[in-house]
Design a binder for this molecule. Structure first.
Ligand code: TXA
Ligand code: MG
Length: 335
């Protein structure tokens, strides 16, 4: 497949380009587009064939459901049955990095829902995403635009690396602003369950709702996507919590990423001056380090507050190697 890569102004996308992308989507094709969190690989969420194309292109297991991306809040009522509490979250945090899991209406195909009876909805906070959904006239099912298991793409080069030849079109609007995916909240549970920590912090949500969020003991049970090894570069990732370096990590041949460097001189080093910038640079950093030829990456464990909880989740999954114990994993996140 020939993948068309088109530059777009993030603030003022060219209507002719959007019309072309919308035409591709109407034909059942795949268009990668920027959101504020990461780039998504979009298809018509209401067209089962188009959605099957997403799973094929990514090599994604078909029981891992997709998020439906909307251009307006009202659309949520047509696709799902929001509770009053879900509606108040939409008013407060949409557009933004918050995905709500709600009882689905039959209009959402089983392919999009991964066979579940719920649908995950979000309204992205990016002018290109909003304009594309608007131009298409239907919600876009869009997972992160990477090959399944690889680091999520935070710029168009990363999308190209994974999906060049597998998507019809890539809209290149430069780097994203958040850098890790949206927070996924299951609103069918009481209290709501934090299925995936992400761009909107747990503290902000709990303050707003006035309740503590539940955390799945075994994440795999409710959110199939959290079951798989994920976000991983091709080289090993070690977590560093301060003190001696992880065993096997030879600084002379490894890279380091984090907020404060260990004293050893690493072959490559990426230091971020805040957890927000760490989140923005994590996935691109993984990809840059592996192409620089390091033998492994030592990654600093960030504080759990704010975006740090989502960062911890991504880092822990990237560092996984084999058989895993999910309840131990969620305990280690500080959940
Ligand atoms: O920021 C984001 O959320 C990005 C951008 C592109 O919007 N998208 C994204 O999609 O991260 P994806 O497919 O990589 O991750 C979706 C997550 C998965 O963990 C999936 O299991 C969960 O959301 N999910 C989707 N629908 C669900 C449902 N009905 N019930 C529970 N979890 C669901
Ligand atoms: Mg993903």
């Amino acid at each position: 497949m020939n993948t068309l890569r088109v530059p777009v102004d993030p603030w003022n996308p060219d209507p002719a380009v959007l019309r072309e992308a919308a035409a591709v989507l109407r034909r059942g094709g795949l268009v990668a587009f920027p959101t504020e969190t990461v780039y998504g690989l979009g298809a018509n969420a209401l067209d089962a064939d188009a959605v099957r194309g997403i799973y094929r292109a990514k090599g994604r297991p078909s029981d891992n459901p997709l998020i439906l991306h909307l251009a307006c809040r009202e659309e949520a009522e047509r696709l799902a049955r929001p509770t009053p509490r879900a509606r108040s979250l939409m008013s407060a945090f949409w557009p933004g990095p918050l995905t709500l899991v709600l009882p689905a209406r039959p209009v959402v195909p089983a392919e999009t829902r991964g066979g579940l009876d719920t649908a995950a909805l979000r309204m992205p906070d990016h002018p290109v995403a909003a304009a594309l959904i608007e131009a298409a006239g239907f919600p876009l099912a869009a997972p992160s635009a990477n090959l399944s298991g690889r680091p999520s793409p935070t710029d168009a080069d990363s999308v190209w690396e994974d999906l060049g030849g597998r998507a019809d079109m890539i809209l290149d609007a430069g780097p994203v602003s958040v850098g890790i995916e949206s927070t996924v909240l299951d609103m069918t549970a009481e209290p709501p369950l934090l299925l995936r920590p992400g761009g909107l912090s747990r503290e902000v949500l709990e303050d707003f709702l006035g309740v503590g969020l539940g955390c799945p003991e075994v994440p795999s049970a409710r959110s199939p996507g959290t079951r798989y090894r994920h976000y991983a570069p091709f080289v090993p990732v070690w977590i560093w919590e301060g003190g001696p370096l992880p065993e096997g990590a030879d600084p002379g041949r490894c890279g380091f990423m984090g907020l404060t460097s260990p004293s050893a001189p690493f072959a490559r080093s990426l230091r971020f001056d805040s957890p927000e910038n760490y989140a923005r640079g994590l996935f691109a950093g993984f990809r840059a380090m592996e192409s620089a030829g390091v033998l492994g990456i030592v990654v600093q464990w960030p504080p759990a507050s704010g975006v740090g909880l989502g960062l911890r989740d991504r880092i822990r999954r990237a560092a996984r190697t084999g058989a895993e114990d999910d309840s131990a994993a969620s305990a280690s996140l500080g959940l």
